[in-house]
Ligand binder design. Sequence first.
Ligand code: NAP
Length: 271
Amino acid sequence: MPDAARPPRHVLILGGTTEARRLAATLAPEPAGAPEHAPAPECALRVTTSLAGRVAAPRLPAGEVRIGGFGGPEGLARWLREHAVDALIDATHPFADTISHNAALAAATAHVPLLAVRRPGWVPGPGDTWHQVTSLDEAAAALPALGTRVFLTTGRMGLAHFAHLTDLWFLVRSVDAPEPPHPPRMEVLLDRGPFTVEGERALLRAHRIDVLVTKDSGAAATAAKLTAAREAGAPVVVVRRPPVPDGVPVAEGPGEAAEWVRGLFSAAHSH
Ligand code: NAP
């Protein structure tokens, strides 16, 4: 039975990803998520998802939502204390490096348990021609030797890294419209996943794309472009992920993260 005297345990999810939305749907009291991952009944939960506020019309998760930066690791630590957060889950995009480091620092300062959720990265298969790089600058440096018509899917925030490539033509796909600086010869396609192989195939053909640039986000929703590039014989420049901060445990998906929450609170409850 729930303990009437104790407020519900408060879980803060750092979101902006499909995994974060799924986790919120699983943990938040309403609407009920996948029952097999639901926390034990004695663990009443309050679930808040934090969004950075980058996307104009974000898909909102279940539970409570707050939007905007915290003001660095100190601001996040303060938020954790002031809102009596019992567990912090960093379910941000694998490339959202700053917030992940802030989360590690803030959790240590505020003595709040932290878990990172990171979907597995993509792996090249037979027929793939991948050029793995560690930054957008390296990706830009690799491009002139690989093609002239680029499908750039690394997001609107990093376009400045490609702005000097005046001889190449870019198809840029992003959720919101990019702002300068950006490559001079480009067409923008405003869209967000999931994408299908048929759709990606048609896009590559229609724009005569001969090289693709992507981050290794590992998401199923955006993996179709890799299949389409393989079929077209187009090389892919894959930007590798930054590492998860030292000492932070990692779950591969929302189900595993929900188990971690359940374990955390049932252990605490039995003491
Ligand atoms: P970032 O570089 O790691 O973070 C920059 C700053 O944005 C952080 O210092 C923090 O500001 C704020 N911030 C980031 N995520 C936040 C969150 N969930 N809630 C509140 N504040 C947040 O992050 P980013 O790469 O710009 O990504 C921003 C958001 O977009 C993330 O939530 C991420 O999951 C999502 N996203 C990112 C990518 C990508 O490729 N990077 C792709 C898809 C979705 P303060 O220091 O003021 O707290």
